[in-house]
Design a protein around this ligand. Structure first.
Ligand SMILES: [Zn+2]
Length: 423
């Protein structure tokens, strides 16, 4: 019988890495005669979790040909060797014999979209007869169970992860940066997020002292292997593993109206710009979005860089669909924008006094709705004669997104939308 193993929360803020723990465990199980079935999964959970470490990733994989007790021993050994349980990691390991059913799939969707209380994890484990091993309070059981239950039917992507030898952890990663640009040009959009186009920064290498040398994301495992071969690496590599993942699938979003929003959800909200966007001293841009039931603040924070210029060109009346994470802020619930779809642009109109029909000079207003008079020849005109000027809009309908450095792992880059349309 197949055995699913899930693991999460192996790293503290200082480093460590759940993917490394999983890969070491997979190798040790294989050495005991186990067979891995399919790709291991790298699953991102609700990015708004207040207690997440980095990226909030959990891993699950499926094996055959190993007894549950043997697998438990291996997982426990590897976690105790590599997990940062002394640094506060509340590692959870889950074991499920057979295939995950509806209940665990439902639990996955909650873990991606909501903040799931720990007791719900223990309850669902009991309901599906999953065996748990955990450390500390066991916060990691949520991700371990969710990764086993992961439903990738909305789409999946892949990530090739190269892990470093232990003696290199914490040292500068020795890869040729030019080769990353070459790889990007040769394989994009089948690989994505290799480079931040705005800053020119390499994005395949993490900045933490963790065991990951690099991770290349893409939509096709074969192209990922080719892309990896193009990277010139000047240090020994311990493991190369391709994971299937829910990254870049928009799995965290729910379509919600303004009255259904709450702290910690990621939402797609359709509405109308209610207030002209303004920029504050920190460089953050805010505006109000309304639908038929209410209003919400939308924010494009400073790290979203040039995306803010686009947002500043919105005007009241523009019809948009906003994608982002909802946070409780002093001004109220605020949608932290990740992308927007502009459905329709309002007409930008200014009204001004007409020119004097007698002498041609621009007239002046005599007060709100009181008509106009000419300062030179004293001619008068009623309010209806005001001049209406249409100002051309400088933006177009369509999708816009924040740069990769400000995008979360679960959010689908627009580049992939285009790829899928082409197919
Ligand atoms: Zn005049």
């Amino acid at each position: 019988m197949a055995l699913w193993i899930g693991v999460d929360d192996t790293d503290s803020r200082r480093g460590g890495c759940t993917t490394y723990v999983a890969v070491v465990a997979m190798r040790r199980l294989e050495a005991l005669g186990a067979r891995l079935i399919g790709y291991p999964r790298l699953v991102r959970l609700n990015p708004n979790c207040p207690y997440k470490t980095r990226g909030n990733a959990a891993v699950a994989f499926k094996v055959e040909g190993v007894k549950l007790e043997e697998a438990e021993d291996v997982m426990q050994c590897v976690v105790e060797e590599f997990s940062e349980i002394n640094e506060g990691a509340e590692t959870g390991i889950a074991f499920l014999e057979g295939e995950p059913g509806e209940k665990l799939r439902g639990f996955y969707w909650r873990a991606v979209r909501e903040l799931v209380p720990l007791e719900d994890g223990f309850r669902v484990a009991e309901e599906v007869s999953a065996k748990l091993i955990y450390y500390g309070g066991g916060m990691g059981i949520i991700g371990a169970l969710a990764a086993i239950g992961a439903d990738l039917s909305l789409g999946k992507t892949y990530e090739l992860i190269a892990h470093r030898r232990r003696e290199y952890w914490g040292t500068v990663r020795k890869i040729d940066l030019a080769s990353v640009f070459e790889m990007d040009r040769a394989t994009r959009p089948y690989t994505f997020d290799n480079i931040d186009p705005e800053s020119g920064e390499i994005r395949i290498t993490p900045h933490t002292p963790c065991p990951v040398l690099l991770g290349i994301r893409g939509v096709d495992p074969e192209i990922l292997k080719k892309a990896f071969r193009m990277i010139r690496v000047y240090e020994p590599i311990e493991f190369v593993t391709i994971f299937e993942t829910n990254q870049a699938t928009d799995a965290h979003y729910q379509k919600l109206g303004t009255r259904d929003l709450s702290d910690g959800v990621s939402a797609i909200v359709e509405g109308i710009v209610a207030e002209t966007p303004r920029i504050d001293v920190g460089g953050h841009v805010f505006f109000k979005l309304k639908d038929e039931h209410g209003e919400i603040w939308c924010a494009a924070y400073e790290p979203t860089k040039s995306f803010r210029k686009l947002i500043l060109q919105l005007i009241p009346g523009d019809k948009i669909i906003a994608y982002g994470a909802v946070k409780q802020k002093p001004q109220g619930l605020t949608l932290n924008l990740e992308k927007i779809y502009i459905r329709g642009l309002a007409e930008k109109i200014i009204e001004r006094p007409p020119k004097c029909p007698e002498c041609g000079r621009r007239m002046t207003s005599m007060g709100k709705n009181k008509g106009f008079k000419c300062g030179r020849c004293r001619a008068r005109l009623p309010e209806e004669c005001k001049e209406i000027v249409r100002i051309p809009r400088t933006i177009r309908p369509g999708f816009y997104e924040v740069p990769p450095s400000a995008r979360r792992h679960l959010t689908r880059p627009l580049m992939l939308d285009e790829l899928l349309r082409d197919n």
